[in-house]
Write a protein that binds this ligand. Structure first.
Ligand code: FAD
Ligand code: NAD
Length: 475
């Protein structure tokens, strides 16, 4: 078997792995990147962030054309060419992954297509698609093998049962679709199918959608989702799934323990993801995993084997692309001997439905659970001129402030474009900004970004466009 030697081996070329490999090469290291796919990109580009956002854009065009009736512009019902939509989405994926392949080449990163398994603490065996194998000996390795969907137990294997990967393939638009899981994927893909014409129902086991987000924000999006989804069943379990050649029969267990049945053309299961840490031969190195299967890492993302680091979904929550990329750069800096640590104060979370919901730093719910002395400064989009011109006054912006120091601990926004706006919150939290900084920074008019400035003004009792005097004037 052939063998190559490399200074840094990166296993998995998702947004964690390729960002780490490119940064390491830019920092002067000699790098080999291995992935089972033809090009770098990982779940995010091939079957995650990018294809889902392309389809969500198409969905938004449909919903905006419908909303335009309100101001006197009436479009015909959209004619949806599913084949063209699918190929537009696939083209984006091919272009982006192909470009990443070229970027790897330009940086002289050796890219090997194949599946890596550890032989020992300094060697992996890579099995290529043609079944040939090659050993790669490394000084350091970064494990970035990502995650895969969790399966619902006792669900038959059937083309009528989709997961996020098959859901994004957009084979057909089923006339009725049940989405199991009211989290990120369930709501994003549920929105896509609903706007493309499916009658979508969502079933969520917990009492509310998006369990990690503050309820006042979720209430805003739930109101709109109720207008596009046929039903949202909360606190409800899927007790049984049976398939026939044509449809899927689902038995639900309601919050009061009663059962009911419904039949759907297809169901899409999106109940979370689990780390890809098995089948890697980790037992041949000294890498340990947690009971949930995440690779155990320290602040520098070093595993229990000092030559091996782990980043991204395989190294723990939150399972987000930007968190993976950031960890990748931390691991590379640690390998280069720089003083570094993964200690973000604000990892932004964005759910790209309509309205978008985004938050970063401390949430109000967390703060209340921890009995922190916080003040929540809110600005409703009903008072925003820009929101009115967008015909979308249903949004809300809020700042979570330390009551004593006025420091911005978190920000949360629901409304169109919230995902773009939240970056200001990340900067505010990371830079230790106080409410006055946000208040005094001139924001462009008319934009929804002004809602952030006015939320800060409301803390002082003088937001221009709302009258909400404080009991005690702040200096
Ligand atoms: P991954 O992107 O999972 O990449 C891991 C790579 O490792 C894969 O290419 C895999 O083939 C390869 N691999 C695995 N095992 C081996 C092995 N033994 N040898 C070689 N290669 C191997 N996050 C966001 O931040 N924003 C979003 O909008 C967003 N949307 C999403 C939508 C969907 C439908 C899904 C499923 C996920 C979404 N995510 C989003 C999450 C995001 O995709 C992940 O957090 C991110 O991809 C994690 O990056 P990673 O580098 O850890 O691993
Ligand atoms: P999730 O954790 O976001 O949501 C899963 C939901 O399913 C939860 O609300 C959970 O309570 C519910 N659930 C679990 N078991 C259930 C059951 N048996 N019946 C009904 N409901 C059940 O997981 P996901 O939507 O699969 O997404 C996985 C991860 O991928 C996300 O957590 C996120 O990290 C990432 N992601 C991010 C984005 C984004 O950034 N926009 C988009 C998609 C995915």
């Amino acid at each position: 078997m052939s063998e190559i030697k490399t200074q840094l081996l990166v296993i998995g070329a998702g947004p964690g792995g390729y960002a780490a490999a490119f940064y390491a090469a830019d920092s002067g290291m000699e790098v080999t990147l291995v992935d089972t796919e033809l090009h770098p990109g990982g779940v995010c580009l091939y079957r995650g962030c990018i294809p889902s956002k392309a389809l969500l854009h198409a969905a938004k065009v449909v919903s905006e054309s419908r909303d335009a009736k309100k101001f006197g512009i009436v479009f015909n019902e959209p004619a949806i060419d599913v084949d063209k939509l699918r190929s537009w989405k696939n083209d984006i994926v091919s272009k982006m992954t192909g470009n990443l392949g070229l970027l790897a080449k330009s940086r002289k990163v050796t890219f090997i297509q194949g599946k890596a398994t550890f032989v020992d603490s300094n060697t992996v065996k890579v099995k290529r698609p043609d079944s040939s194998s090659q050993n790669v000996r490394f000084e350091y390795a970064i494990l970035a093998t990502g995650s895969r969907p969790i399966l619902l137990p006792n669900v038959p294997d059937s083309p009528l049962i989709l997961n996020s990967t098959t859901g994004l393939e957009l084979q057909t638009i089923p006339s009725s679709l049940l989405v199991v899981g009211g989290g990120y994927i369930g709501l994003e893909l549920g929105t896509v199918y609903a706007e493309l014409g499916s009658e979508v129902s969502v079933v969520e086991m917990t009492p509310g959608l998006l369990p990690g987000a503050d309820r006042d924000l979720v209430n805003v999006l739930e109101k709109r989702l109720k207008t596009i989804f046929k039903s949202i069943m909360l606190g409800t379990k899927v007790a049984k799934v049976e398939t026939t050649a044509k449809n899927v029969k689902v038995t639900f267990e309601n919050p009061d323990g009663k059962t009911s049945q419904q039949t759907y053309d297809k169901i899409l299961i999106a109940i979370g993801r689990k780390p890809n840490s098995s089948d890697l031969g980790l037992e041949n190195a000294k890498v340990k995993v947690t009971p949930k299967g995440f690779v155990q890492v320290d602040l520098q993302r070093r595993t229990t084997d000092s030559a091996i680091f782990a980043i991204g979904d395989v190294a723990g929550e939150p399972m987000l692309a930007h968190k993976a990329s950031h960890e990748g750069r931390v691991a590379v800096d640690a390998i280069a001997g720089k003083k570094t640590a993964f200690e973000p104060k604000a990892i932004p979370a964005v759910v790209f439905i309509d309205p978008e919901i985004a938050w970063c730093g401390l949430t109000e719910t967390q703060a209340r659970q921890e009995n922190r002395a916080i003040t929540v400064a809110k600005f409703p989009w009903g008072a925003s001129g820009r929101a009115m011109t967008l015909n979308r006054t249903d949004g809300l912006t809020k700042l979570i402030l330390d009551t004593d120091t006025q420091r911005v601990l978190g920000m949360a926004i629901v409304g169109p474009g919230a995902g773009e706006l939240i970056a200001e919150g990340v900067l505010a939290v990371e830079m230790g900004a106080v409410a006055e900084d946000v208040k005094l920074a001139i924001h462009p008019h008319p934009t929804t970004s002004e809602t952030i400035m006015e939320a800060a003004e409301s803390f002082f009792g003088h937001a221009t466009h709302i009258y909400r005097p404080r009991k005690e004037a702040k200096k």
